[in-house]
Design a protein around this ligand. Structure first.
Ligand SMILES: [Zn+2]
Length: 175
């Protein structure tokens, strides 16, 4: 089952279909429906519904069946959304995000940073020494920057992305 509140799932869809598209995906009726029905149920403009359906179709997350009215000759498209192929795709996305965060964490843990009291920017110790520990922007003294908060945030995000079988409570896992 695809969890639409999951950070990775949300991020994935949001970047591709935007807020309106998310609304369509979240409130999509079960079974076969026309785009107009989807628009009514989700309260999203027909154009945005069609855009979203097309995106889902392109990514094999939606399919349609055409039906022809024998009297009028009108064609009706009956849509069905199935997000289950997304699982493997999201696993890749999750791994990519995790790898990035772990790289970032290592960078934060292995380096010593310097900044001024206005936090104009951050630099390495070597660069700070070269600047005689004076901020090139505001002229304030450069001091050691405590990045413990940053590290804590990154660790929390890593925990959030990790599978649910590990201890997933950031408050008890992070000292
Ligand atoms: Zn400064």
């Amino acid at each position: 089952m695809i969890d639409l509140d999951d950070t990775v799932v949300c991020g994935y869809f949001h970047s591709l279909v935007g807020e309106e598209g998310m609304k369509v995906i979240r409130n999509m009726p079960e079974g076969e429906v026309t785009d107009e029905e989807i628009s009514t149920v989700t309260e999203v403009m027909l154009n945005a519904v069609r855009r979203t359906l097309f995106f889902l179709y392109e990514n094999r997350l939606a399919s349609y069946r055409r039906e022809r009215d024998t009297n009028s000759g009108w064609l009706t498209y009956l849509w069905r959304v199935d997000l289950s192929p997304l699982d493997s795709l999201l696993e890749d996305e999750r791994k990519k995000l995790l790898a990035n965060l772990e790289k970032r964490l290592l960078f934060e843990e292995e380096n010593m940073f310097y900044t001024c009291k206005n936090e104009c920017g951050r630099c390495f110790f070597g660069d700070a020494a070269e600047l005689d520990f004076v901020c090139p922007k505001c002229g304030e003294k450069l001091m050691h920057h405590d990045n413990e908060e940053v590290i804590k945030v990154i660790k929390k995000r890593i925990l959030k992305l990790n599978p649910k079988d590990v201890n997933n409570d950031p408050d008890t896992t992070i000292a």
